[in-house]
Design a protein around this ligand. Structure first.
Ligand code: UN1
Length: 493
């Protein structure tokens, strides 16, 4: 059995609590490892190591820091298949998606390495003679990263790479469900030559390790991806300490299908966005807003495709949908399905926990499609985070926009239409951080900002150049070369 200890100051060290928690393969229910269950003292040690290492790292020229990121990209590429296999065994997503996720981390490493040669500031004309004015980016200090299990390496890369290239040190609490990927990612950094203490991994629960990170006076910024509930709690705690937070939370993303849409293409987009990763993406399509004129055609074609999805262990290349992460998740999803039925939605297929034959022991939920759902129902408002999606019929484009925007989240939305005027109107009026045209709601690329409005986040973005705003402070510098004391804000013209 594998055992994952904490990674602190470049060493693999057991937790001071001496306890470990089991890591379970969601496809089979088998225990295949255990990870440290750390406490506050382990976080203290990691933060102390980060503090020491960052003192020197901030002075290393950014292009030189970036050299290590290029190495990270190269090693990730070399280990891509190995990492993808582990990812599927630990988290459950099908192997093709696991490869795609590792690729997302590779792309992010190349992209952020490039940023090491930019990290642009501004030079501006001074209001006074013989004076120079500019702004530069400086590191925030120590970044506390709290990452989820559904994208255990991609999301960790979105946060750790910009933090490091900008000159910060990192203390990272990965999700308890996916410690193996975190340990493997730390090994990649180690192999790439990242100096000791700049990336520390502390395994353990949110209540113990997460809270300790948020409360630690030497941790300058918390970047979190996860549930709305936890994000709000972090924000409350960090706010009272005047600590910067970057929060990425839920979604209730919709695909809108208008009467002039290419229905086959829309079906492709919906199946991929709703059932890929077993619906466990914060960008997953969990609402389908369809114009009444094409509802029947869409329903029929979609139902045929959903019924044909093959479930099983994601290591089997022919499987379309893998397991969900754990038993608790199965129960939560099933609870939502029950609620949908109780509230009068029509169940077209799915709606059950599967455990027969090759699915026994795993956590499988049948791909589920509801229709005749109204926007007030719980299944149309709350994030389910599983393979469940709902058709909501509407009478017009305007009504579709209204329904799209009626939820508390604002991450991703999509529209299928050939009408260019509606495309641009949707781009403007969909109240989400990401908008797709003639594609599903998933598949954001790392060179653009990732994040959302309303209950999805607090205004910050992961990935893209926007990520640098999370991990840097602006410093404004004035250089006076006049040899006299020139005073600003004095009316001496
Ligand atoms: C998430 O589910 O938290 O856009 C991230 C996408 C992926 C990332 C999803 N690139 O679907």
């Amino acid at each position: 059995m594998l055992r994952y200890d904490n990674y602190i100051n470049g060493e693999w060290v057991p937790p001071l609590t001496c306890c470990y928690t089991q890591n379970i393969n969601p496809a089979t229910g088998e225990v295949f490892g255990e990870a440290a269950q750390s406490g506050r003292e382990d976080v203290d040690r990691a933060v102390a190591a980060a503090k020491r290492a960052q003192k020197e790292w901030r002075l290393v020229p950014a292009p030189e820091r970036a050299e290590i990121l290029y190495e990270v990209a190269r090693i990730l590429k070399e280990k891509k298949e190995h990492l993808a296999q582990i990812l599927t065994s630990e988290m459950g997503k099908v192997i093709a998606e696991a490869r795609g996720e590792v690729q997302e981390a590779i792309d992010m490493a190349y992209y952020m390495a490039g940023e090491g040669r930019r990290l642009f500031g501004d030079t501006v004309p001074s209001e006074l003679r013989n004076k120079f004015a500019m702004s530069v980016r400086v590191p925030v200090g120590i970044a506390g990263l709290i990452t989820p299990w559904n994208f255990p390496i991609a999301i960790a890369s979105w946060k750790s790479l910009p933090a490091l290239v900008a000159g910060n040190a990192v203390v990272w609490k990965p999700a308890t469900e996916t410690p193996f990927m975190a340990a493997e990612f730390a090994k990649v950094y180690e192999e790439a030559g990242l100096p000791k203490g700049l990336l520390n991994v502390v395994f353990g629960s949110g209540a113990a390790v997460g809270n300790a990170l948020v409360e630690h006076p030497e941790v300058d910024i918390i970047s979190f991806t996860g549930s709305n509930e936890v994000g709000k709690a972090i924000n409350g705690l960090a706010g009272s300490l005047l600590k910067r937070t970057s929060l990425e939370m839920g979604g209730k993303n919709a695909v809108t299908v208008l009467e002039d849409a290419d229905i086959d293409l829309a079906v492709d987009g919906i199946v991929w966005s709703a059932f890929g990763t077993a619906g466990q993406r914060c960008t997953a399509c969990s609402r389908i807003i369809v114009h009444k004129a094409v509802k029947e055609e869409l329903e029929e074609k979609l139902l045929a495709r959903v019924k044909a999805l093959k479930m099983g262990n994601g290591l089997d290349e022919t499987v379309d949908v893998g397991p969900v992460i754990n038993k608790g998740s199965l129960e939560r999803i099933h609870g939502y399905v029950q609620k949908g039925i109780d509230e009068g939605a029509k169940l077209l297929c799915g709606g059950e926990i599967l455990s027969e034959g090759n699915l026994s022991g795993g956590h499988y939920y049948a791909p589920t499609l509801f229709t005749d759902v109204s926007p007030e129902m719980a299944i149309a408002r709350e994030e389910i985070f599983g393979p469940v999606t709902s058709i909501i019929p509407v009478g017009s484009f305007e009504e579709a926009v209204e329904v799209n925007n009626s939820v508390e989240f604002g991450l991703s939305s999509s529209i299928f239409t050939k009408d260019v005027n509606k495309v641009f109107t949707a781009m403007r009026d969909f109240d989400t951080g990401i908008v797709y045209v003639n594609a599903g709601t998933t598949g954001a690329e790392i060179h653009l900002p990732f994040g959302g409005t309303k209950g999805t986040g607090n205004g910050h973005r992961d990935s893209g150049v926007a990520a640098l705003d999370v991990y840097t402070e602006w410093k404004s510098v004035y250089v006076d070369f006049s040899g006299t004391l020139q005073r600003a804000q004095i009316d001496n013209k």
